[in-house]
Design a protein around this ligand. Structure first.
Ligand code: DQA
Length: 143
């Protein structure tokens, strides 16, 4: 199974960004850790982060043509604002899992508004980098 892992705005700052909330791993650290766990379990993944909503939408639109079976996405702040990202995800015909490092329900009220989440098959949040591993675990059982 080929998985596209997408990361939204500010996730490029992981490691330094509010480490008490997001941990001290960089996104690259998380990528390497998850790939180490799952590359022998039938999952090949490509990770792409952007601060640009349009770049993320372009990646989703071209995902099928580029051979991806599934998308794991942490839309970051766009979770709470982006109808366009929601619509792009709906157009992807494959498994979709939304992940969050933090438990957004324990945070500010505005984070409880989830525009993108209903476009995915499921959501894993609140377990730090293990949120990604849980999403991959689910996908590995399908492949
Ligand atoms: C986040 C949660 C979002 O509310 C926030 O805007 C992020 C990160 C998470 O992974 O916990 O940037 O998606």
């Amino acid at each position: 199974m080929k998985v596209l892992v997408l990361g939204g705005p500010n996730l490029n700052l992981l490691g330094n960004r509010e480490p008490e909330i997001y941990g001290t791993d960089t996104l690259k650290d998380i990528e390497n850790w998850v790939n180490g766990l799952f590359s022998q379990k039938g999952i090949q993944s490509d990770w792409f982060q952007s601060n640009s909503e349009s770049e993320l939408i372009d990646k989703i639109q071209s995902a099928k043509a580029n051979g991806y079976d599934s998308i794991v996405i942490n839309p970051a702040g766009l979770t709470h604002s982006s109808v366009s990202l929601h619509d792009a995800l709906r157009s992807f015909d494959g498994k979709k899992i939304e992940v969050h490092l933090s438990n957004t329900y324990k945070r500010e009220e505005f984070r409880k508004i989830k525009i993108t989440s209903s476009a995915s098959d499921g959501v894993v949040e609140g377990f730090g980098k293990k949120s990604y591993a849980m999403a991959f675990h689910y996908l590995s059982e399908l492949s």
